[in-house]
Design a protein around this ligand. Sequence first.
Ligand code: GTQ
Ligand code: FE2
Length: 258
Amino acid sequence: RFVNTELAERRNLILNNPVPGNFYPTVTTLVSAYQMVKAGEVARSHRHTANALRFVAQAEPGMFTVVDGKKIPMEPSDVLLTPNWAWHGHANESKASGYWIDFLDVPLTHLLGPMFFEHHEEMVEHTDIIAPDSPARFAFSETVRRLAEASNITPGHREIALGDPALTTIALNVVRLEKGASFSMEPSTLSCIYTVMQGRAEATIDGVTFNASRADVIAAPSSTSQLWRAEEECYLLRVSDEPLMRFLGWLRPIEGAR
Ligand code: GTQ
Ligand code: FE2
C-alpha cells in the first residue's frame, strides 16, 4: 500500500535469486515477480520487447489484463500471455486486490541488448471488448480438462504444454501429479521456474527439499536436478527457456551434475 501505481510502473516484488553477484534474474534467462493491483486501480498500458506471462494467484470477477485492446478476464489459476511488443495494462474493476506472478525474459533481453519500451497514449487502453476466449488466455478449467484426457507418462504423472510454444523464448508445461506420485527432470541446460497451480508438493532441487503450496515459486536453474512429489493431487506450472535453447542447439543433458 506504500507504493501506488502512479509512483511505480508496476507494483511488483521481484524474485531475484540471492546468489552472490546477482541483482535481478530468478534464473539465467528469466525473472519472476509477484504483482498486486488494488481494487479500483489500474496499472497503465505499455509495451516492451521482453515477452511476459502471468499466473493468477488471487482475483475476483472484474480483474482484467488488457492486451492489444481487449479485456481478458483474470481468473484464479489462469495463465495469460503478453508477447513481445503487445500493448498491456491491468485494470482492477473488482472489490478485492488482484495478485499474480509475472514471468518475463527480461534478463535475456538485457543481455542481448534489444530492450525497447513505450507507454500507451491512454492510461489503460479503452475498450468494451471482453475476450475470455483470447488465444492469450489459458483458462485453468480448460487446462484441467486437457489433463484429464491426457495419458500417464509414468503412474500418476501427466503433462501438457500450453502453446506451441507459448512465447518465442518461453515454453509452458503443466504437470499433474496424483497424491504420492512424483516426476523428475534430469540436469540440463534449461533454466526453469515452477509455481504450484493447485495442491501441495515437495520439490527437491539439487538435493534440497522445499514444501511448496499454491502460488509459491521454486527456481530450478540450469544444471540442477529436479524431483517433485505430490503431497496431495497437484498441478505444477513449469516456465522454461526450452524454445530458445532448442533453437540455439544448446538443449542438452549435463552429466555429472548433482
Ligand atoms: O505487468 O507489465 O513484473 O512490464 C515486470 C515488468 C510486470 C507488467 C513485471 C512488466 C510487468
Ligand atoms: Fe509490462
